[in-house]
Design a protein around this ligand. Structure first.
Ligand code: IPE
Ligand code: IPE
Ligand code: MG
Ligand code: MG
Ligand code: MG
Length: 347
């Protein structure tokens, strides 16, 4: 069917396809490692050393989580095929897998087994993938490009994308409940509860509601911080805490408090960096439309504080998060590397 005919039928969907077609020639390859090594990466020598250090381990973690997702997501041959294709498309289209990396990093603190970390990471990625599918919908941010490819609704239509988001979310809780992760079932039940809290109305979903309601308005700094802590911070924080929880022997309370401090600071830093990148980076590097926040009149750290202050805040949050890790000595090295990665990422 010609695009114009589709346009008559689907309106916003066809315009999404057209917008994607206009963008796609400018795109490069989207993957963590090439971007870290690329000429575009403006990072200090010390940080470069750190990032290079972790790329081997990162690739291993990403490989494990991707394999789990490929194996356990419903087969695209199974009915309803189109829905299963859309779910796989949304979850397997090459994200950075930062949440799994953080879960594994925190798991290193408690010597958590990689099988449990893989299940938890895959569940986190399903929630994250669902949040992106819905975030991109025309009724939300109306984006046509994600991870260098057409967004789920551009590829599959709005209704199917909506369902793919819903069913990815359900599957996350199915996995977290059905794989035996801990001998103490009540601790595993608590993990399910933590993920639900982080993704629900008092976490990511609630933060997204505040984001929509604050579009076109100015938020105070405490309001902005509260929104970012919910919409992005909650899931990042939970990735870190669940990673450490994957061990039969959880952290002692003092160390748990340090990990919570790290997780809160890094969760906020992640969205501050996302706001900065939306302003500073280009569409080809980001794999999503640059400048979208300003165009959509979003309340962000850049719109409210300005770019220089937002960068200063990101640097402060990096040092706050690294300070919290001193409690762990050399055991916290991997999380420290990941905090630098979050701060210096280019997409
Ligand atoms: C983007 O998250 C959306 C936010 C929560 C800011 P990521 O930057 O982790 O996206 P992917 O998974 O790498 O595409
Ligand atoms: C989205 O924030 C946070 C989510 C919960 C998905 P953004 O709307 O800034 O994320 P991007 O920039 O589209 O990835
Ligand atoms: Mg959004
Ligand atoms: Mg968005
Ligand atoms: Mg953004």
């Amino acid at each position: 069917m010609a695009l114009e005919e589709k346009g008559a039928l689907y309106g916003r969907l066809a315009s999404g396809e057209e917008r994607y077609a206009a963008l796609k020639d400018t795109l490069g390859t989207m993957s963590l490692i090439p971007v870290l090594n690329s000429e575009r990466t403006r990072i200090t020598a010390a940080t470069r050393e750190m990032l290079v250090d972790i790329t081997g381990t990162s690739q291993e973690v990403v490989g494990k989580v991707d394999t789990f997702l490929k194996t356990h997501l419903p087969d695209p041959q199974l009915a309803p095929q189109r829905l299963h294709e859309a779910m796989r498309y949304a979850a397997l289209n090459g994200g950075k897998r930062i949440r799994p990396l953080l879960a594994f990093g925190a798991g290193a603190l408690t010597e958590a087994p990689e099988e449990a970390l893989t299940v938890v990471s895959a569940s986190l990625e399903l929630i994250h993938a669902y949040s992106l599918v819905h975030d991109d919908l025309p009724c939300m941010d109306n984006d046509v490009l994600r991870r260098g490819q057409p967004t789920c609704h551009v590829q599959f239509g709005e209704a199917m994308a909506l369902l793919a988001g819903d069913t990815l979310q359900s599957l996350a809780f199915q996995w977290l409940g059905e794989f035996p992760l801990l001998e103490d079932a009540s601790r595993q039940l608590r993990m399910v509860q933590q993920l639900a809290l982080a993704s629900g109305s008092r976490g990511m979903g609630g933060g997204q509601a505040i984001d929509l309601e604050s579009t076109g308005t100015t938020l105070s700094l405490p309001e902005l911080e509260a929104m970012h802590l919910k919409k992005t911070g909650a899931l990042i924080r939970t990735a870190i805490l669940l990673g450490a929880d994957c061990s039969q022997a959880p952290l002692p309370p003092e160390e748990q408090r340090s990990l919570v401090r790290f997780a809160n600071a890094l969760g906020l830093a992640f969205q501050v960096m996302d706001d900065i990148l939306d302003t500073e980076s280009d569409t080809a590097t980001l794999g999503k439309t640059a400048g979208k926040d300003a165009a959509g009149q979003k309340a962000t750290y850049v719109s409210i504080m300005g770019l220089a202050q937002a960068k200063a805040l990101a640097a402060d949050l990096l040092s706050t998060s690294c300070d919290a890790l001193t409690a762990f000595g050399s055991r916290g090295r991997r999380l420290q590397e990941l905090a630098h990665l979050v701060h210096n990422r280019r997409h």
